[in-house]
Design a protein around this ligand. Structure first.
Ligand SMILES: Nc1ncnc2c1ncn2[C@@H]1O[C@H](COP(=O)(O)OP(=O)(O)OP(=O)(O)O)[C@@H](O)[C@H]1O
Ligand SMILES: [Mg+2]
Length: 477
């Protein structure tokens, strides 16, 4: 079927003579104009033919309503529907025109229909009440003019074409809208996903930028302090030796003084000894020396932490190592700290060796362990160390029954120098140092904590760091 120009017409009339007339009117060669048509019908002279670009009409005949419905069904099945039908009003003995049209429209609601009738056939009100689809119905009153028939056929077949085009365009439009909507939904989903990833990356970036700048600062500070503290420490060693020598000399003098007997000189020495509180000096000096030494050692430790934090001095040698080995040796190192303060439970899974910087990972374990001990304050609670592995990754976690971490600070605990501990007890570098180490291993640290109940710090590491992108910190409730 040519969808753009459907010129198929069905004529339903019980009178064979009417079919003859329609045939003459509608099946004239396409090039013929109305005047030629009139001449063919009524024998008058013809004018020049008018050119036409449309194909000619095809006319099928039905003589009863039932036959018409059957032909309409067949045309639909063959996918060659009629564009329009002329239907006579009276067709004894079968259905009248109105019933025929009703039934035809049940099968083919798109069909344009012209009902042909004499004036007195029916009440129009009744006809129109029965045939609701008035936008597809025209009335042709008998006796009809050939021009009316021809024009109705031309106009209504063209109307069928445009209606069909409009419907298919509407379908195409609906499909396009559905397609576009699906695209927009997908684009929106991707956008949301990208925004979430960006947010995540941004927080990672902020964290690593913070660490990078604090790392540079730390490296600078460590370098500046390292030299003076180095010579203070070595001078202090010499000073300690000199003081011991002086004490030794003093003891010799005191012994010699006893053999000198009473004299002005011994009385003067006695007076000086009392004024200088020599005895107290002798007792207090070692204490002062010891405390100063501890102070210097602490400064050295802080400098070392700062250097560790900025990775200035650490060897960058990657080796395959057993994480359990590292955890156990760290527990040994911290044994005296742990004793009496916590009970350690180990729940080790089976782990493959991983490619890592073992000394640095030990540092992470130590930091988490120390934090867990501190979190338990004076209670002697339980610390559980678990390990496990899956799909190219290994993990270990340190769980404590301590104070837990308040939700409003959980995002800050990895910040360098963030500490809730009293001055002198925490530098706030433990976790940021650990973060840097884990990041270097392309792993991540996860935190879960419930205030008043305890915390779990989980470190997840790739078996082979070179095979993964950098991971992030994530904090949970
Ligand atoms: N297991 C934990 N339980 C409760 N709070 C914790 C725990 N681990 C860390 N925190 C909190 O995070 C803060 C930062 O920890 P971090 O280890 O970086 O520094 P610090 O322990 O305070 O000092 P440092 O480790 O340098 O001696 C701690 O002060 C504490 O408030
Ligand atoms: Mg700490």
């Amino acid at each position: 079927m040519n969808v753009e120009h459907n010129r198929r017409i069905l004529l339903v009339d019980d009178m064979p003579a009417i079919h003859e007339d329609f045939r003459k009117i509608l099946l004239m060669p396409a090039a013929c104009g109305l005047d030629q048509m009139e001449a063919a019908l009524f024998g008058s002279s013809a004018e020049q033919p008018a050119p036409s670009t449309l194909p000619g009409f095809m006319l099928d005949s039905a003589y009863q309503g039932q036959e018409a419905v059957a032909m309409v069904c067949a045309s639909l099945e063959a996918k060659l529907p009629y564009a329009m039908a002329f239907v006579d009003m009276r067709m004894p003995p079968g259905w009248d025109g109105v019933e025929t049209i009703e039934r035809i429209w049940q099968k083919d609601p798109e069909l344009q229909v012209v009902i042909c009738t004499a004036y007195a056939d029916h009440s129009w009100a009744e006809v129109l009440q029965r045939l609701a689809a008035r936008d597809r119905l025209l009335v042709l009153k008998k006796p009809f003019d050939p021009i009316e028939v021809s024009q109705l056929a031309s106009t209504l077949t063209a109307k069928w074409d445009t209606t069909r085009q409009a419907v298919s365009q509407l379908h195409r439009l609906e499909e396009a809208v559905l397609e576009r909507t699906a695209e927009i939904i997908e684009a929106n989903r991707l956008l949301q996903q990208e925004m979430a990833e960006r947010k995540h990356l941004q927080s990672q970036l902020v964290q690593s930028e913070k660490l990078a700048s604090i790392g540079q600062l730390a490296a600078g500070v460590a370098h500046e302090i390292n030299n003076p503290i180095g010579f203070v420490l070595s001078n202090f060693g010499a000073l300690e030796r000199y003081v011991n020598s002086l004490f030794e000399m003093l003891a010799a003098y005191e012994a010699a003084e006893k053999g000198m007997g009473a004299s002005d000189a011994t009385a003067a020495l006695e007076g000086l000894r009392d004024r200088l509180e020599l005895q107290y000096l002798k007792e207090d000096m070692p204490v002062l020396m010891r405390e100063s030494k501890e102070g210097i050692a602490r400064v050295c430790r802080i400098v070392r932490d700062l250097k560790d934090f900025s990775h200035v001095d650490w060897p960058q040698e990657w080796v395959w190592a057993d994480l359990h080995h590292g955890i156990d040796s760290t527990l040994n190192v911290a044994a005296s700290e742990i004793r009496g303060r916590a009970q350690i439970d180990k729940a080790y899974g089976s782990l493959p060796e991983i490619e890592c910087l073992p000394a640095q990972l030990n540092q992470v374990v130590l930091n988490l362990l120390t934090n867990a001990l501190h979190a338990m304050e004076s209670r002697c609670g339980k610390i559980i160390i678990r390990t496990g592995a899956a799909d190219g990754w290994v993990w270990f976690e340190v769980e404590d029954e301590g104070t837990g971490i308040a939700p409003d600070i959980v995002n800050r605990i990895f910040d360098p120098f963030f500490t809730t501990k009293p001055i002198g007890q925490g530098t706030g570098l433990g976790l940021s140092l650990s973060y840097g180490i884990v990041q270097k291993h392309r792993g991540r640290i996860e935190v879960r904590s419930a205030l008043g109940q305890g915390s779990i710090f989980r470190v997840v590491l790739p078996v082979r760091p070179s095979s993964v992108q950098t991971q992030a910190v994530s904090a949970g409730p």
